[in-house]
Design a protein around this ligand. Structure first.
Ligand code: ZN
Length: 197
């Protein structure tokens, strides 16, 4: 995928002008089109340039206990409104001879979240990548997020959060599912980034 930042910047300027705001008219906004283009290219849609196989970088192991990582902060942009959402991800897999670094799981979530997508699809893509690249017989991903499109528009549900999940293989039920459910229920799932304690 090619990114043309100059074109994106021109489009943002045009977008703002079409909405009645000329960014060139104020010191605060004259660099805004460039900043927006940079942010979208570098932080919001950088997932298209990431390869899940490279991120997971499998390492052979003899251990086969379930790996669970909870509370991975993530953010994305909703495909319907181009508004940000943010929350926490909980990821687990049952290795079968291949493992990956724990920090790689957060980057795997980012790889799929930093695209124009839906929360449900991110969860599914995470479990599919673990099954495919680590040959894991079981994988699970739960994502809890607060969406700006629910806070700022429509019925303005500031406290609402969306939970999406994907359970594959050994996590479809039984002891692996139970172990994972206990771990993410114990995690600080009721506190999303930005929550008031
Ligand atoms: Zn939305």
């Amino acid at each position: 995928m090619t990114i043309d930042k100059a074109r994106a910047s021109r489009a943002i300027r045009e977008f703002l002008v079409a909405l009645g705001v000329d960014p060139g008219e104020s010191k605060e906004t004259e660099e805004t089109p460039d900043r927006v283009a940079d942010t979208w290219a570098r932080d919001l849609l950088d997932g298209y340039a990431m390869d899940p196989r490279t991120i997971l970088d499998p390492v052979a192991t003899f251990e086969s206990d379930v790996v669970v990582v909870t509370g991975l902060a993530f953010h994305g942009v909703c495909a319907h409104h181009l508004l940000p959402f943010h929350g926490v991800a909980h990821v687990a897999y049952r290795p079968a001879g291949l493992v990956t670094g724990l920090s790689c799981l957060g980057r795997l979530v980012d790889c799929f979240a930093h695209r124009l997508t839906l929360q449900e699809r991110i969860a599914k893509e995470v479990t599919e990548a673990l099954a495919l690249h680590l040959r894991a017989p079981g994988a699970a991903c739960v994502l809890e997020a607060r969406h700006t499109c629910m806070i700022a528009r429509g019925t303005r549900q500031a406290a609402a959060r969306v939970v999406a999940s994907s359970f594959a293989g050994t996590f479809e039920g039984g002891p692996d599912r139970e172990l994972f459910a206990n771990a993410w229920n114990r995690a600080t799932i009721h506190e999303l980034p930005g929550d008031v304690p």
